[in-house]
Design a protein around this ligand. Structure first.
Ligand SMILES: Nc1ncnc2c1ncn2[C@@H]1O[C@H](COP(=O)(O)OP(=O)(O)OP(=O)(O)O)[C@@H](O)[C@H]1O
Length: 657
């Protein structure tokens, strides 16, 4: 705001300065030159003005200063002509002492400048051809054209004039040239008074664009879509500045779940984990998957305070030390589709011999059974609603990617039950409880290749059970009937993929994940694209939150300063000196009232003011004391300085100690 005012003032100054010279012969000559330049496009030839022509001009307009300064000065000073200049009407030109144009002027040769070559015109001894008479009355009204930046012209003091710089403002090299090299330009410097006048002028003059290296306008927000169409360009909703409610709620619920504790919990504290919270949603435990009933807890690590998931296999007795060491191999698997395995140990803390697997904790996750099989049929079995095919393809691609990572680490998933695949986000699944069967079934010592081939069959059964809404698929000896059901709801391609997964490899051949992925490549691309969209959405949400940290920091400073009961034994500290302005700013920020004295609750006002203070904007505001006895007109930048000064004062070590 202030900048624009400053510009107006500058413009005003320039025209005011030019005003007394408008009616002088100098102005007249400049007007003629400008006209000739613009109308005949002969700027390039300005330097070729011959002494004879100079003489004729001198005769027509006997102004000694103009001719002694020379053509260079003449060219520089043409900028004083602007849109405010009066039209050129020589007949009525009221020049003091020279109210009419001399008869010499009427008979002078036409003025045909020929390009600017040097600061002074060199005499030309060549005889001039006879030229037609110069008749100023024939010159049409002077209409200034748009200002075109000319080449840099040397000033009389030898320095280049900034006004004529022709550079691309968006190139750093150009900016570097424009800023004086003697003073290092610091865009984050609050006080620019120590920058040389030239540099300060340069900074202030750059209002039309933001070139690299200039101070950032921190109080401005980049309008990132999608946009509301029913708002005007400058209008914003308060919630435009914050993340959507649904996302905020989800994140807060996850945080709440992470910190949830069970008062009066009977669960024990383990050597390295405390504050156990049961995650199981039912008391019924089957040993179908691991051959042991398993319980899942959230726990806090004593070592680092992070939350982990503990899976306890009840009643497990470790007979072979090597069995539990096999878990180490799972730490190498770093894949977004697999819940990371951290550790495994045995404990008697639960009153039995238990095997504990430590994995990463994903708050509020659900198993695929909990997510899809939400209702029970008349036989009491869980059934699901029909799952859309794109969702199933997404599962296929995610699990294929997880299997690829596991197989690449020379391991096999082994456990791919719908109750052991968790949904950690919308459409985002992870293979859970990996490594458990490696320990529990260690003694069987089955070859890795065989286990990896078996993974494809487990994979096929998992997808088939979700697609057919039937968990019996996992244990049924015959799958043909279930596969036939697929044709009713899903495409042939989906059915063929499931059949491929369920069909054992023909001896001696083997199936690979690469083979599967190339077969379903179009769906891999679809899932990848969806993932990119989700990423973009989150990135744009993140962008909104960037500014919030700055606002919170400023609010913390204001809260620390305002209403401070005393400082260094001075109970008036928070109301003295610059703190008084901060106090009034607090009222301006939060305690605005309307004409009837009712509170004006406008979060946009609060956010905008805080951002302007944080950015140190030069915009000025009027602060009124509560008793209406004092009124201050201060800029946001001055408030910022006061806040920082008070904050620094509070931070310095006590003088009394
Ligand atoms: N790593 C994890 N992070 C967060 N929650 C998890 C994690 N692993 C499992 N859970 C949650 O713990 C609960 C119990 O998981 P579990 O694997 O025991 O499933 P289940 O349905 O109880 O299976 P089962 O009947 O075989 O015990 C589920 O709600 C699951 O979402």
């Amino acid at each position: 705001m202030r900048k624009s005012t400053g510009n107006k003032e500058n413009k005003k100054d320039t025209s005011a300065e030019a005003s007394p010279k408008r009616k002088t012969p100098e102005s007249l000559v400049k007007a003629i030159a400008k006209k000739i330049k613009t109308e005949k496009s002969l700027a390039k030839q300005l330097g070729d003005i011959t002494p004879a022509q100079v003489k004729r001009i001198e005769e027509a307009f006997p102004v000694p200063r103009l001719l002694t300064v020379g053509v260079t000065d003449f060219h520089i000073r043409k900028k004083t002509l602007n849109v405010d200049s009066p039209s050129f009407t020589p007949a009525t030109l009221p020049v003091p002492g020279k109210t009419t144009i001399s008869s010499q002027a009427a008979s002078a040769a036409p003025f045909t400048p020929r390009g600017l070559t040097s600061g002074t015109a060199t005499p030309n001894t060549q005889p001039e051809p006879q030229a037609p008479a110069f008749n100023p009355a024939q010159i049409r009204e002077f209409t200034p054209q748009a200002y075109e930046p000319a080449e840099s012209v040397p000033q009389t003091d030898g320095t280049a004039s900034d006004h004529h710089l022709s550079y691309d403002p968006f190139q750093m090299s150009a900016v570097a040239q424009a800023v004086p090299t003697t003073t290092q330009y610091n865009p984050y410097l609050e006080d620019t008074s120590n920058i040389s006048n030239n540099a300060a002028a340069w900074i202030q003059s750059q209002t039309a664009f933001i070139a690299p290296g200039q101070p950032l306008q921190y109080h401005l927000y980049a309008p990132i879509g999608p946009h509301r169409e029913d708002l005007l360009a400058y209008q914003r909703h308060a919630h435009d500045f914050f993340m959507p409610e649904a996302l905020r709620e989800e994140l807060q619920k996850k945080a709440e779940a992470t910190f949830q504790v069970m008062p009066n919990s009977q669960l024990p504290t383990l050597d390295n984990y405390h504050t156990l919270v049961a995650l199981d949603t039912s008391h019924r435990k089957s040993a179908a998957v691991f051959s042991y009933p398993s319980w899942v807890y959230k726990a806090t690590s004593i070592k680092n305070g992070h939350m982990y998931t503990l899976r306890r296999l009840e009643g497990y007795r470790l007979t072979n030390e090597r069995a539990i060491r096999s878990v180490k191999d799972w730490r190498r698997v770093n894949c977004g589709g697999v819940v990371s395995v951290i550790d495994a140990f045995t404990t008697r803390a639960f009153g039995d011999s238990s095997l504990i697997f430590v994995t990463n904790y994903h708050p509020l996750s659900k198993t695929l059974v909990e997510h899809h099989f939400t209702s029970t049929n008349r036989y009491g079995n869980r059934v699901s609603q029909a799952v859309p095919e794109p969702v199933l393809w997404s599962y296929v691609v995610q699990i294929a990617s997880a299997i690829k990572a596991v197989h690449a680490a020379s391991l096999a998933v082994r456990c791919m039950d719908p109750s052991k695949v968790i949904l950690t986000d919308k459409g985002r699944i992870r293979l859970n409880a990996c490594a458990v069967l490696d320990v529990v079934k260690f003694d069987a010592q089955r070859p890795l290749a065989e286990l990896q081939q078996e993974d494809f069959i487990h994979f096929g059964k998992l997808i088939l059970s979700i697609a057919t809404n039937n968990l019996a698929v996992m244990t049924s000896p015959t799958l043909l009937g279930f596969v036939d059901q697929l044709s009713r709801t899903y495409t042939a391609e989906f059915r063929d993929t499931v059949v491929w997964l369920l069909t054992p490899a023909q001896t001696p051949g083997i199936k690979t994940v690469g083979e599967l992925l190339s077969g379903i490549s179009t769906h891999v691309v679809d899932v990848f694209d969806n993932s990119l969209h989700a990423n973009d959405t989150l990135y744009s949400e993140l962008n909104r939150e960037v500014e919030n940290g700055r606002i919170a920091r400023l609010l913390m400073k204001l809260g620390t300063i305002n209403e401070r009961p005393e400082y260094e034994g001075n109970p008036q500290w928070s109301e003295q000196d610059g703190r008084y302005v901060i106090k009034m700013f607090r009222d301006f920020l939060f305690h605005q009232v309307d004409a009837e004295g009712k509170p004006v609750i406008d979060m946009g006002h609060i956010i905008s003011c805080l951002n302007k203070v944080d950015a140190g904007s030069q915009e000025k505001i009027t602060l009124t004391a509560r008793d209406d006895q004092n009124i201050f007109v201060v800029s946001y930048n001055e408030i910022k300085k006061q806040v920082n000064a008070a904050w620094a004062e509070l931070q310095k070590p006590s003088m009394r100690r």
